[in-house]
Write a protein that binds this ligand. Structure first.
Ligand SMILES: [Zn+2]
Length: 444
């Protein structure tokens, strides 16, 4: 067992404590042992508030802070090991607000550790309950969300942390609402990622052989689920936990968006004709022939109500993709920034389509509420009034109340357009956008 602790600078006493924590992991969550064993554990003074931290490679333990009982230390070590295995440090850096992503991933990991693995967490850490207060959603809903989803909801509710804090909870946002029903005045503490701690030999994606991978986590969860199911006979859904850990269902939104909108450049052939005719309605037969000569237009309707506009990196990537696609299929853009209402409708001819012609108008309007109905109405209006081959991209967090009217509008828009893509960050609304191509919009 002693060989399992890969460490540079632990004192004999610290080594004993870590060893007893690892024994707890061996007893309570045996299949995670492999992941923990692959991490290098170091002692580090992180100041008076953080229990531990990781740079995405190593686990730093703040021995002055950590509780001395092995079970709590076990949960702290496992917490950091999961951050490493799930590449949270890397993912956080890709977001506009890495600190916010850190908070989101902490909640997911802590939920997993305490409620799924049954380990005791240290006091004042970020929990689904804390997030629930911030994003004003029921705790049960929060527990079902992935870190990525929580990230968007936190952004929408004004939790915009650029830095990962030692406390885990931003000082600015801890004052406006009670962070945790069980803690009085102290903000929850967490174990955070330290960007500056990258060691010199780590360049980019180079990966040490013995680092845990996301696959390790999947295997661990699945095995654990099986063993626990057999021995404890309790309800367990491994798929659900994979989703919670953000390792399942990754999609490359760029690739799908390109492939789908790229279809606009194809000539309409006889083989696709029957399908197209249903979308066009009565006089489709007469129109089909001339349709490929119509100009191509991509309607880009972006929800600028808050979170998406705050995530400027991703918005830039989106604009870049749209510009590239417009060039490839030689399409004009109709840009519609919307929130509570439709702010404007901008027709951008293909010659003028560029990153800034798309980005600038979107950044200009940053409203508060989201109502998709006026946006869908406007898209419908544009399609009905013009003679073109239309592709539609609707980008939103999907946080709006749905009504039968919205559903009807959405279905009609997708019918009238040649291709309709619903790009969402949080809520998919499959019943509303049933005939749209739905893509989850993320950094992965
Ligand atoms: Zn953490």
């Amino acid at each position: 067992m002693k060989a399992m602790i890969r460490s540079a600078n632990l004192s004999e006493e610290q080594r004993k404590l870590v060893l007893s924590a690892i024994k707890v992991i061996a007893r309570k969550a045996p299949t995670f042992l492999g992941i923990v064993a692959k991490c290098r554990i170091e002692a580090k003074d992180l100041g008076g508030t953080a229990y531990a931290a990781t740079d995405g490679k190593r686990i730093f333990i703040n021995f002055d802070m950590v509780p001395k009982d092995p079970e709590t230390l076990a949960s702290i070590i496992l917490h950091e090991a999961l951050h490493i295995a799930l590449k949270h440090t890397e993912k956080a850096r890709k977001h506009r607000y890495p600190g916010t992503f850190n908070i989101a991933s902490d909640a997911v990991i802590n939920y997993f550790i305490s409620e799924r693995l049954g380990l005791k967490l240290p006091p004042n850490v970020i929990t689904p309950e804390w997030i629930s207060g911030k994003i004003k959603k029921p705790v049960d809903e929060v527990k079902k969300m992935s870190a990525e989803e929580l990230y968007w909801l936190l952004l929408r509710n004004g939790v915009t942390e650029e830095k990962t804090h030692d406390l885990g909870i931003p000082s600015g946002s801890s004052s406006d609402s009670s962070p945790d029903s069980t803690s009085s005045s102290n903000a929850p503490q967490s174990h955070d990622h330290q960007d500056e701690e990258q060691s010199d030999e780590d360049n980019g994606d180079s990966k040490r052989e013995d680092e845990p991978s996301e696959e390790d986590v999947i295997i661990a969860i699945e095995r654990w689920a099986t063993i626990e199911n057999l021995t404890k006979n309790r309800e367990f859904d491994p798929i659900d936990d994979l989703r919670l850990l953000d390792v399942a269902g990754k999609v490359d939104w760029k690739r799908i968006l390109r492939a789908k909108l790229g279809g606009l450049s194809r000539e309409i052939k006889k083989s696709t004709w029957l399908r197209e005719s249903r979308k066009l309605g009565e006089d489709a037969m007469g129109r089909i022939r001339s349709r490929s000569r119509h100009p191509r237009k991509i309607i880009v309707a972006v929800d600028v109500s808050g979170s998406i506009v705050a995530e400027t990196n991703l918005l830039k990537e989106f604009a870049k993709e749209v510009v590239e696609i417009a060039r490839q299929v030689q399409a004009d853009i109709v840009l519609i920034p919307w929130g509570d209402t439709v702010y404007e409708v901008l027709s951008i001819p293909r010659q003028k389509v560029g990153d800034s012609t798309i980005l600038a108008p979107l950044l200009k309007h940053a409203g508060r509420g989201t109502n998709v109905e006026p946006a869908l109405q406007k898209i419908d209006e544009v399609i009905r009034s013009g003679k073109a081959r239309y592709g539609v991209v609707l980008l939103t967090d999907g946080m709006f109340a749905t009504t039968p009217k919205i559903q009807e509008l959405a279905i009609n828009v997708a019918r009238r357009a040649e291709v309709a893509v619903y790009l969402y960050t949080v809520y998919e609304h499959p019943h509303v956008f049933s005939n749209w191509i739905r893509i989850k919009y993320s950094h992965y």
